[in-house]
Design a protein around this ligand. Structure first.
Ligand code: GAL
Length: 359
C-alpha cells in the first residue's frame, strides 16, 4: 500500500497554494480515481471557512445508481447543515480506498464516513483515522474487525427475508437459485442469511431444492449473468425461482434466464431505475427500496455531530468482531408492481415518467 508523506520537505508556500486551489474547487468535488492524483497534501484544513465542519466521504463505487444517489443526497445534506464535504470513490479497489481515506485525513477532515469496499481490509482505514484523531462512521456496509465509531445502515437481514418471502409467495417449490452479492461485503452475507431464514423450512421439507447458491464477485451483473448462464447450460435445469441480492445481480440473472424471463420469479434490491422498470414489465418480481435520502440525511446529521466532537446515542449495537459498535438500522420496504406508486413514486425516488420512458 502506498503511504503518504505529510509535508515532508513540502515547501510551505506550495502547501498554502495547494490549499487555496483545492478550497477554491467545490467542496463537493468528487473523483472516482485518485490513484493518479498527487498523494501529498497539506494537513491544513482545505476549506474556505476553517470553522466549518469538514466531512470526508470515502465511497466504494459509483457504478451502481444507488451510490450516486447516496453521494448527491449526502453532500447536499451536509452542506444544508452548514458543513463542507468531499467525496472520493474507489472504483471497488480497497487499496485505492485506503489511499483516498488517507488523503482526506491529510486534508484535515473532522470525520470520515466510509462505504467500505472490503469489510475486513477496510479496518486499516479506521486505524489510520484514529491515529489522526478522526472518528469513522461506517455507512450502509459494516467495517469488520476495527473500533468503528458508529454504524448506520438498513436492517440487512430483513432485506434478505423480504426478498425470499416475496419469491416464496409466488412459488414455494421446485428448483431455486440464490444469486448473492460480493462476499467481501458484510451486507451480502446478511442478505443471504435473511433469505435462508425464509427458505430453510422449505429446503428442509424437500419442497425447495436449492440447486445454485453463490456469491457474485464485485456485485458485477455480468459475472452474475455468465455464472448462472453456464450453470443452466451445463446442468440443463429449468429454474423455478431466483433469489437475487440486488437489482444488478437480478438483471444478470434475468439475462441468463433468456426465454424464461418473466416466467421465473426473480427478486432484487435498490429500486434502481432499471430494476423498477423490470418490475413494471414483469421480468423482475420485486425490489427492495431503501431510501437513500433517509440514510444520507441521518448520516449527514451524525457526521456533523461527530465532527463537532459530540457523542451521539444510537438505538442498538452490532458486534463487528472487534466489539459492539453503536448502530442505527433503518427499515427496508418491499416494492412490487402493486405498490410502486405509494412507495418510490410518492417519496419522489423516481417519477412515473422516468419509469415509463423506455430510453
Ligand atoms: C450493498 C448495498 C446494496 C447494493 C450493493 C451493491 O452493500 O447494501 O444496496 O447496492 O451493496 O453495491
Amino acid at each position: 500500500m502506498m503511504r503518504f508523506s505529510i509535508k515532508s520537505g513540502f515547501p510551505i508556500l506550495l502547501a498554502m497554494l495547494l490549499s487555496l486551489i483545492t478550497a477554491a474547487c467545490s467542496s463537493q468535488e468528487s473523483s472516482s480515481d485518485t490513484s493518479e492524483q498527487s498523494v501529498e497534501a497539506s494537513d491544513e484544513k482545505l476549506r474556505s471557512n476553517p470553522d466549518d465542519i469538514y466531512v470526508g466521504f470515502a465511497i466504494d463505487t459509483l457504478r451502481e445508481e444507488r451510490w450516486y444517489r447516496d453521494k448527491e443526497a449526502f453532500e447536499g445534506a451536509v452542506e444544508e447543515l452548514g458543513g463542507q464535504v468531499k467525496t472520493l470513490a474507489a472504483n471497488s479497489d480497497q487499496d485505492v480506498q485506503i489511499q483516498q481515506a488517507q488523503l482526506l485525513i491529510n486534508e484535515g477532515v473532522d470525520v470520515l464516513v466510509v462505504v467500505p469496499t472490503d469489510a475486513d481490509a477496510s479496518s486499516e482505514i479506521v486505524d489510520i483515522a484514529h491515529e489522526a484523531g478522526v472518528q469513522v462512521i461506517s455507512y450502509d456496509r459494516l467495517i469488520r474487525g476495527a473500533d468503528v465509531d458508529y454504524y448506520l445502515s438498513f436492517d440487512n437481514e430483513k432485506v434478505g427475508e423480504l426478498q425470499a418471502q416475496e419469491i416464496v409467495d409466488q412459488v414455494d417449490e421446485g428448483e431455486f437459485a440464490y444469486v448473492g452479492g460480493a462476499e467481501s461485503d458484510n451486507n451480502a452475507t446478511l442478505f443471504r442469511e435473511g433469505a435462508m431464514n425464509v427458505l430453510e423450512p422449505y429446503i428442509d421439507s424437500g419442497d425447495i431444492d436449492l440447486v445454485y447458491d453463490t456469491y457474485t464477485t464485485g456485485w458485477d451483473p455480468g459475472v452474475a449473468r455468465d455464472e448462472l448462464s453456464s450453470f443452466i447450460d451445463s446442468n440443463d435445469v429449468n429454474l423455478d425461482a431466483v433469489v437475487a441480492a440486488n437489482d444488478g445481480t437480478a438483471g444478470g440473472a434475468i439475462e441468463a434466464l433468456g426465454d424464461q424471463a418473466g416466467e421465473v420469479p426473480v427478486s432484487g434490491q435498490d429500486a434502481s431505475l432499471e430494476g423498477v422498470r423490470r418490475v413494471i414489465e414483469g421480468t423482475q418480481t420485486m425490489t427492495v427500496y431503501k431510501s437513500m435520502d433517509l440514510i444520507a440525511q441521518r448520516a449527514a446529521e451524525m457526521a456533523m455531530d461527530v465532527g463537532a466532537g459530540e457523542e451521539i446515542s444510537t438505538e442498538t449495537t452490532i458486534d463487528n468482531g472487534q466489539g459492539e459498535i453503536p448502530t442505527t438500522l433503518l427499515e427496508p420496504i418491499t416494492v412490487t408492481e402493486d405498490n410502486v406508486e405509494e412507495t418510490i413514486i410518492e417519496e419522489g425516488h423516481l417519477t412515473e415518467s422516468e419509469i415509463s420512458d423506455e430510453d
